[in-house]
Design a protein around this ligand. Structure first.
Ligand code: PAF
Length: 311
């Protein structure tokens, strides 16, 4: 599908291009900082203690880059040329509704989980899918640790859209960014890896490496992947060696505490519904079964309820 977006994206100077970060948590703050350092104007949308800290003290970056930035932050989205959505997947619908009330430009999601592009597209027109393997964690309000370089994939299915090219233009100075025309497959791939690693680490309270080191956990992880692959095949997305992919990610990040483990430890709701939960939902829709994903979904929900994180 060829579209002409030339009119809405004139060749502005970088400093005149306004980028908005919808959800200035760990990964959102890292993206904001690296984009700001690349010379673009950035507006951050945050809430709670993060909002207060960013307003009062600005954003501090530690880890691979050390520094401090003054930031433009509020609790509402504004007009922008590009909005990067980095809220937790269970907040996508709320974020999309807020964004639909302003001219937020192109929307680019870097969120975890399956279904974010679809939810955003219900409310917004120019949505670009994304996947990132950059590592970031919040050290405290207003302080983000840049933990690891990775890659950012941006694109739409089947074609290199003008919107995706604009995303690349904004990201290419600060990130290793690749344009792709199979973004649904990339999103599913990351979700299957997350489905195999995250719930097990959160339930067993272990770092990623244990998923491959402990035989019992590895056998569950493989079963999760196999069920995900069956769904993928039925949807018509390509297959690849996901078991090797999980082994590789868990080995390379063996010392990491997964995002889901961190959520549970911090008393925060997890994204389980959009990872294993989506695999179960899609499997059932397609007449398949995903019993291992289903039991992990129940266990993580059980942990959330038992610890008073959700009701
Ligand atoms: O969600 C996460 O924590 C990460 O994507 C990964 C690599 C699966 C675990 O650290």
């Amino acid at each position: 599908m060829e579209q002409n977006w030339g009119v809405i994206m004139p060749e502005k100077e970088s400093k005149d291009v306004k980028v908005q970060i919808m959800g200035a948590g760990a990964i959102g703050s890292l993206f904001g900082a690296l984009i700001q350092l690349s010379g673009f104007s950035v507006h951050y949308v945050a809430r709670g203690r993060q909002l207060e800290a960013l307003k009062e003290n600005g954003l501090t970056i530690t880890g691979l880059i050390e520094g401090h930035l003054r930031v433009d932050v509020s609790n509402r989205p504004e007009e922008a040329d590009l909005t990067i959505v980095a809220v937790k997947a269970y907040d996508t619908e709320g974020a999309a509704k807020m964004l639909s009330e302003v001219d937020c430009g192109i929307t680019f999601t870097i969120q975890n989980g399956i279904g974010n592009v679809e939810i955003l597209s219900k409310y917004l027109e120019r949505v670009v899918g994304g996947v990132t393997t950059y590592g970031a964690n919040l050290v405290g309000p207003g302080i983000v640790n840049y933990a690891g370089k990775g890659v950012v994939y941006a694109g739409n299915d089947g074609y290199a859209s003008e919107e995706a090219k604009f995303v690349k233009r904004v990201l290419e100075k600060g990130f290793n960014c690749e344009l792709v025309d199979d973004i649904s497959f990339r999103i599913w791939s990351k979700a299957i890896v997350n489905a195999a690693i995250n719930p097990l680490t959160a339930i067993c309270r272990v770092r990623n490496g244990k998923i491959v080191e402990v035989e019992e956990l590895w056998s569950i992880a493989k079963a999760v992947v196999k069920e995900g692959v069956e769904v993928l095949k039925k949807i018509g997305l390509p297959e690849t060696d996901f078991i090797e992919m999980v082994r590789d990610v868990a080995t390379k990040t063996s010392k990491n505490r997964s995002s889901m483990l961190q959520d549970v430890e911090n008393g925060k709701k997890t994204e389980i519904d959009f990872i294993n939960g989506e695999i179960v939902r899609r499997a059932e829709e397609l007449g398949l079964e995903a019993p291992t994903n289903k039991i992990l979904l129940k266990l993580v929900k059980g942990v959330e309820k038992a610890y008073g994180i959700i009701e």
